[in-house]
Design a protein around this ligand. Structure first.
Ligand code: F58
Length: 821
């Protein structure tokens, strides 16, 4: 590889200076102090924990290696993970663990008067995501780095992440998450990597030199996309990959409208700048519903335009022919949000690079694959044709052409089947013309995957059934989700991690999670059971402290902790959970003291955000907060999840069958030794398969029964579950405050037709098993031991992305700075 200098002496000096400085305590301290002095311009007289955090982060960055140069040298095919969301949480603790520096770091800081834990606590969560989909992207990046994949994540650098949730008088109040207010030591601003992105304007049709029609898109407005790189260190490897996040800025040439300024109109002079910066200003806070706002469409195009320009610039440096593009580039679309990348790549190839349509289409479909995360109709992305035509006029023409050529093939296979053409068209005609993004993603990709077995089967039999008939079933695959055991066990539950490593004689299980099976032989060992449950107890105390500090409620760590933490959505049925709490409460009220003594004390804990415009979900929060003796932890996020999940005895994954595509917290809870209560939905089914149905509290309607149950409810007189009726009577009698607060919510069960089958599934388990502590411990150990399948390392390997160089783990030179690609 050619280095930037041809002078051997210069190179030798650089190599010497950049050589891995070692990672002993004094080197870490030197680097830390240097950052205090020169990066932060402070002295040890005025340094607090926050400055300690910043200096620690900066000194870790100097330990990060040059992975990109290595991949460039190897000339490997790259995989690009395109996601509008990355829910990373904090980075310091994770970086220290992944780089194997935790002993060194805590000792180095301790000697300097800091505690690593306190310093870690200073970091704000990077919360650039809504829920499961965004967190999956974060887990995948950890696995890609750990497995030495030549991978890049691409996303948006929102100025405001997911809102912070406050609870006032029982109601959710949203507060903006201005997470960058004190800077972000983990990002590297790359002012040298920027692209311009166009919106609106016109398309001119002309002829090229050979007389062929050509199209050019011009006019409208342009903004600049500037890159910010966030390094992701793998666990136990020198591989450090990047997430490149784009931030929108005004084009350098029109930072400011001098004309207006000179006329004394200062406000107008900065308008352009504000308009440009608005694009990456805020993350849309909807989970599983689509927000049809033009600004969201702008975000999507801004994202794919900048990303493709960057990918293509990297490709062009290798001076290869376009036909080789699919050998160098694989792009995974995280849901339909980056689907405009398909017509955008067509536009680049056909309009700008002068390739033929068919050749371009061949390249496009070899490059893209698409992951679907939902079958909920309200979450399926559709954009009005009128909106796309206005914002992206050339893309709308290209989408029409893609559709036409596709439907011609359908016609050839199913002559005269007009209903089929209408069903499969990318354009939905009624009530007005809209682009069905999922169909565009399917047609433009070589493979499509669902995120758990049941979900992958459902998409084949429902939303994509016509496409299965057309393409054949092999295009539609299953890649069951996974989670990274590094963050969700090793980091979140250090005591359990240490116990497991001690028992298994090493940390090999952290990268080969199947090795956890080695714990099974200790499941009946009383000492091990005790040690295992002791860790749980300590984690419960840690959570009790968090609840004391945030909710001013004291809970008893001897009680069973029953947890439901996730976004609030009707299909996830937090409503059913709180109704069954009320049911048990009413039961207790009827019991004699002797009977009460026989029951298991239980602390019910909820957490989760409702989309700000989701009226019914917000009412569920109010109801939960109106039922006394239930804890609602405000502002559920990655960092408090790391405390909540390891402390759970039992957790609720109780969606109406067929609605939760996978769920990933179910995996986190079981891996941490919690048992789960769940419906036969999403990945719960595969968890039951792995750990055994007897180790899970399973209830409720099966997916294949849902249609009949809904039908019967609607057209036959089915009476409401009597226990549920008792609960509703208590609500109506005002036992939990003014019934008016909840009337529309209760209506969803009656006049709303109980679409999510709460009455049908209304279940009340008592978990007497918790009394039998030995049995509980045994089930907990065996369940955790059988979670090997649910590592995101397995998901990544199954995704069949371009793979890595087996020597990468040893041979990489250790050089900073990061990508000089
Ligand atoms: C989630 N989807 C699924 N979407 O609901 C969950 O079952 C699955 O485990 C997870 O994906 C990972 O596959 C989800 O989180 C969103 O939040 C979208 C954000 C953007 C707007 C539309 C919903």
């Amino acid at each position: 590889q050619k280095s930037w200098s041809d002078d051997a002496a210069v190179n030798a000096l650089w190599t010497k200076l950049c050589a891995n400085k070692g990672s002993d305590v004094s080197t870490v301290q030197q680097s830390f102090v240097q950052h205090v002095q020169s990066t932060l311009a402070r002295t040890y007289f005025n340094i607090d924990n926050f400055a300690g955090y910043q200096a620690a982060a900066h000194s870790l960055i100097t330990h990060w290696d040059e992975t990109q140069q290595h991949h460039t040298k190897l000339d490997v095919k790259r995989v690009y993970y395109l996601s509008l969301e990355f829910l990373m949480g904090r980075s310091l603790g994770n970086a220290v663990l992944n780089m194997g520096l935790q002993g060194t770091f805590s000792e180095a800081l301790k000697q300097l008067g800091f505690s690593l834990e306190d310093v870690i606590d200073e970091e704000r969560d990077a919360a650039l995501g809504n829920g499961g989909l965004g967190r999956l992207a974060a887990c995948f990046m950890d696995s890609l780095a750990t497995l030495d994949y030549p991978a890049w994540g691409y996303g948006l650098r929102y100025t405001y992440g997911i809102f912070q949730q406050k609870i006032l008088n029982g109601y959710q109040v949203e507060v903006p998450d201005y997470w960058l207010s004190f800077g972000n030591p983990w990002e590297v601003e790359r002012l040298d990597v920027s692209y311009s992105v166009r919106f609106y304007g016109q398309v001119a049709k002309g002829k090229d030199a050979s007389g062929k029609s050509s199209y050019s898109w011009h006019g409208g407005e342009e903004v600049e996309a500037v890159a910010y790189d966030v390094p992701i260190p793998g666990f136990g490897t020198k591989s450090t990959i990047n997430i490149r996040l784009w931030s929108s800025k005004p084009l350098r040439s029109c930072y400011f409208d001098l004309h207006s300024f000179n006329e004394g109109n200062y406000q107008k002079s900065v308008e352009l700048q504000q308009r440009a910066e608005q694009i990456t200003s805020v993350l849309y806070p909807n989970d599983n519903t689509m927000a049809g706002k033009e600004l969201r469409l702008k975000q999507q195009y801004f994202f794919v335009s900048a990303t493709l320009q960057d990918i293509i610039r990297r490709f062009k440096k290798s001076k290869r022919a376009w036909s080789e593009f699919p050998n160098q580039v694989a792009i995974q679309l995280n849901d339909t949000h980056p689907t405009l990348g398909i017509p955008e790549l067509m536009r680049i190839l056909v309009d700008l690079e002068g390739l033929e349509w068919d050749e371009s289409w061949d390249i496009v479909t070899k490059v893209y694959s698409f992951t679907n995360h939902t079958v909920l109709p309200e979450a399926m992305e559709k954009w009005p044709v009128s909106m796309i035509s206005n914002l992206l006029p050339r893309h709308m023409q290209i989408i029409y052409d893609i559709n036409l050529f596709f439907l011609q093939k359908v016609e050839a296979l199913f002559p005269g089947d007009r209903a089929r053409l209408a069903r499969m068209s990318i354009i939905e005609e009624s009530p007005y013309q809209q682009v069905r993004m999922a169909f565009l993603a399917v047609i433009g990709s070589h493979t499509v995957n669902g995120v758990a077995a049941i979900h992958s089967n459902l998409i084949k039999s429902t939303i994509f059934s016509d496409f299965v008939e057309f393409y054949g079933a092999s295009k539609f695959q299953n890649k069951t989700n996974g989670i990274t055991p590094r963050r969700w066990l090793h980091q979140a539950n250090p005591k359990l991690s240490a116990l497991i490593s001690e028992k298994l004689g090493g940390q090999g299980w952290l990268t080969q999670l199947d090795k956890l099976e080695g714990l099974i032989k200790f499941a009946d060992d009383e000492n091990f059971q005790k040690a295992w449950m002791d860790v749980k107890k300590q984690n419960k105390i840690r959570l009790a402290e968090l609840i004391r500090d945030t909710c001013k409620v004291i809970i008893n760590p001897e009680a069973m902790y029953d947890v439901q933490v996730k976004r609030i959505h009707e299909y996830k049925r937090q409503f059913m959970n709180i109704l069954s709490v009320v049911h048990r409460y009413l039961d207790l009220k009827r019991m004699s003291p002797a009977e009460i003594k026989e029951t298991v004390p239980r602390v019910v804990i909820f957490g989760g955000k409702a989309a700000p415009g989701y009226y019914i979900a917000k009412m569920v929060i109010k109801l939960i907060n109106s039922v006394a003796e239930v804890v609602f932890i405000p502002d559920y996020n990655i960092s408090n999840a790391e405390v909540i999940i390891p402390a759970s005895d039992i957790s609720e994954h109780i969606s109406t069958a067929g609605t939760e595509a996978s769920g990933t917290s179910n995996m986190k809870f079981v891996l941490n030794g919690g048992l789960i209560i769940g419906t036969m939905d999403g990945a719960n089914i595969e968890i039951a398969e792995e750990i055994g149905q007897d180790k899970m509290f399973i209830f409720g309607c099966l997916a294949e029964q849902v249609d009949d149950a809904r039908h019967n409810q609607k057209y036959r007189k089915t009476s409401m579950n009597p226990d549920l009726e008792g609960v509703l009577d208590a609500l109506k009698a005002g036992r939990f405050g003014d019934f008016e607060n909840f009337a529309p919510l209760v209506d969803t069960l009656t006049i709303g037709g109980d679409y999510y089958l709460i009455s049908h599934d209304f279940a009340s388990c008592t978990y007497a098993a918790y009394r039998d502590k030995k049995q509980w411990a045994r089930n907990s150990i065996i369940s955790a031991a059988k979670m090997g399948k649910f590592s995101s390392d397995r998901s990544i390997r199954e995704l069949d992305l371009p793979s890595h160089d087996p020597d990468a783990r040893q041979s990489r030179p250790a050089v900073w700075p990061l990508p000089v690609d």
